[in-house]
Unconditional design. Sequence first.
Length: 402
Amino acid sequence: MKRGSFFLLVLLLLSAQSGWCGRKFTVAQLQDLLHSLHEDKKSDVEIAAALQQVELSEQLTRVVMNGISKYSPGPLTTEQIYVLQARSANLLPPASDLPQTPAPDTLAQEAILTRAQNYINKTYEQLPALAARKTMLRFQDNTEALASSSGIGSGAKDAVTSSKMSNTGNFLHYINAVAHPIVLEHGIVKKLSAKDSTRWGANGQIDISQPDPGLPRIFKEAETSGTLHWARWESINGKPAAVFSFEVPRQKSDLEVNVCCFPDVKQAGVARFYTSITGPVLGAEKASGGGVAGNFQTNTDWHDFKASVPYHGSFFIDPETGIVLRMIVQTDLKPSDVVHQMDTRIDYGPVKAGQGTFIVPVKSVINSVVVPNGESGAGGYSTRTTLFSSEYSEYRPAHSNQ
């Protein structure tokens, strides 16, 4: 048996086991798997089905993702490679990709953090108001994309993409892409107050109502918490980045999670179940079999989940300039919350806007897990995973109409 056939057989057997959630793969094992299946001339459907069973234990970087895309025979495989990249965004890269430079001493670490603090206070927070376009791709499980004729829409506009992604099967798949304008004030992305008539929750999707975590506030809370500490070196765009980890407890956190919407089911009235014999007594004289009579009603109201939560994360800092190149914020939610996970990664990079060049958010990934039925599923519940992958483009001064 060829190695590709063996890999595929193992994955399919594992996926058939009750309660199986995914086999842990390193990036190297993923590359071997794709290469083998490609050599075995497996179809787009077969390779995509194999990738659905994979859970990465390491970060699949965009560079590696672009490299393994050559093994993709079609849009279903490309879609699943993209999902793996987004889901692994907050993991460590393979050890072989990490710089082997020794950790700086305590004084050097403090100097890097001081440069970062100065950069945030004197440069990042002083950014002029900028407008931009945010294009967001949504990947989700346990739902189907809404037809364009459904009448359910929002202020965001469907974005045209060349991905040709498809949403087949009950697994994480591409739902849609939307684009809308945003404004960056003092380096913080502001959520526009445009009216949104979308029936979030009822349409099988969630809306994240809070803006992305703001770098200045997160850095200040991390400092105040006294938990900023050296983690490691990483390589970003071919240059070393100093990674510092932190934890912010609830009492020092102003980070808000605000997600729409979850059902609150109310039931009222009386339901009387009957058989063909008891039916006439209960007012169902014409019933030939069993059924239910009465005025039992079920009403559903939809509400947001709102909470200030503790969190942890990492800053990725240019050691020479103090520029923050990346920020990861991972919420520490309670098991009883209807939102189980809301983790955000933001990448910053230089863009030209008007006559100036500024370091601003250029990409973000949000990994979320919620209980779509809210607190209505007593005795058991299901979860829904949604990935939001966004890119920011067309930066310009906020007062400009160009």
